[in-house]
Every structure is written in C-alpha cells, then in structure tokens.
Write a new protein. Structure first.
Length: 257
C-alpha cells in the first residue's frame, strides 16, 4: 500500500515516460502512472510501495475522484505528443485544483531535407491532393485511420500499426485489406524500413513528428536514400504551462513537491 503522502501523477504511454518512471522509482517518490492499456504496463517497473500503475482512460467525469482518491500533488505529463485530450484534461485539472504541472516532451527533430513535406494538420493532408494516385505508407497509429477511409478509392493505401486487437480492428474498419496491413512493434531498423517500402513499391510515406524516439530519423534517412517523399504531420499546438525535454529537470520537479 502507499503511504499517506501525496503522489506524482505521471501520464504515461511513451518510452520517455518509462524512463521517467524508473528514475522516479529510484528516488522512491510516491507516484501513480496512468496508461490506457494493459499492454502498456509492461513498459514500467513493477508496482511497489511507491509506484502504482492505473489502467484506463480518464475523462472529465472521473478526474475529480482520481485526483482526490490518489492524493495527487503534482502532474508530470509525458503522454504522446499527439494525445492532446489527456494533456488538455491534465492542464485543466492543474488549474482547477491548483496542482503544479510540467509537460515532458521528446525533442523535435531539427534537421530538414528536400524529401520532407511538413503539414500543420490531418485536415490539411486529407483535403489536399497529396495522396492522389500514390502508393502510400501510413505510420500514424490506429486512431487516425478512419479519416483515410474515403481515400481508399483514390490512392493505394498501406498501413503499419502495432500488433494489437484494437489497431487491427481500426485498420479493417477503415477498409484496409489484410494484404495492405503490417502489424509490428517498433523500433524498426533502417534495413527493415527500407525493405518494407521497396516490397510495397511505396511512393509516399505519411508519419507524425515523433522525434528520434518515434522513428522519425529512420524514416527521413530511408526516404532520402530511396528518393521517396515523406509527409510529416506536425504536432498539435498546446499552450503548456511549463515544458521541458530534460530528464533532470523533470525529476527535480518531482522532488520539489
């Protein structure tokens, strides 16, 4: 059981959050990590007197009870850069309950090249002609696949997703046929990335600005080597109260609570 003192709420689901969890555990700081799936629990250290993992999707109806029952005294948001709903909820909760908040986010990839096209949103991508008559590899996660359903007749779409039931269902529901789906867990080596693109004769790859940890560097490298265009949908813009990409800063934030 936890001690009666307050806990850090670490919003997880990324490799960075796993690194933070290990550092927090080593400092024996009381902490509860929230993740959305049971599979994600395997990223983190075993539960202990100082560390607890909460599985589920928090929303406006649950957050008040969660904050009070778990005695949350600070929020360390290390969720995926595109998981904007949980970040919005955490920021609003921080304001309402006067709880310190820090956003920890993987650094953006800085180097640019001629193969890369940056777009500000999925809407810009889908309302333009970027995908028309292309053989497209999507590496965007399962949550956005439904948006591409209307493009199945105007382009040849392939998708790479995580090997999970929910991901496969989302792909099939978006009319991806089994021969155009590959389910594999990252990291993906440059050699495998290149082989997949060549196997499917890909002419365009669409991904997110996921940074080095999310495989963006590998995709840029392979796109350059094969002369394939790479579209990167930029991260949503949120007004974070505080933000860092420095691990020591994040741990010090926890220690100061």
């Amino acid at each position: 059981m936890f001690t009666s003192c307050g806990k850090i709420w670490l919003i997880g689901g990324t490799s960075e959050s796993a690194t933070l969890a290990k550092a927090i555990a080593s400092e024996q700081i009381p902490c509860i990590i929230s993740v959305t799936t049971d599979t994600a629990k395997t990223l983190y250290p075993p539960e202990s007197s100082h560390l607890k993992i909460w599985v589920g999707k928090l929303d406006n109806h649950q957050i008040s009870a969660f904050i009070q029952q778990e005695n949350i005294i600070a929020i360390l948001d290390a969720s995926h850069p595109y998981a904007v709903e949980i970040s919005k909820l955490a920021i609003a909760t921080s304001t309402e309950y006067h709880i310190p908040y820090l956003r920890y986010e993987r650094p953006r990839y800085q180097t640019e090249d001629s193969q890369t096209i940056h777009l500000d949103s999925f809407e810009t991508l889908l309302t333009g002609d970027y995908l028309a008559q292309q053989r497209v590899m999507l590496t965007l996660g399962y949550r956005n696949l439904a948006r591409f359903k209307s493009w199945q007749e105007r382009s040849t779409l392939f998708v790479r997703i995580l090997p999970s039931e929910v991901s496969l269902k989302a792909a099939l529901d978006a009319d991806f046929t089994p021969d155009r789906i590959i389910a594999i867990r990252p990291p993906i080596s440059p050699e495998l990335e290149k082989a997949l693109w060549k196997q499917w004769n890909i002419s365009l790859v669409v991904t997110k600005a996921s940074g080095v940890a999310g495989g963006e560097e590998t995709k840029r490298k392979v796109a350059s080597e094969l002369g394939i265009s790479l579209i990167i949908v930029d991260r949503p813009q949120l007004n974070y109260p505080q933000q860092t990409s420095d691990l020591d800063t994040a741990i010090q934030f926890c220690l100061n609570q």
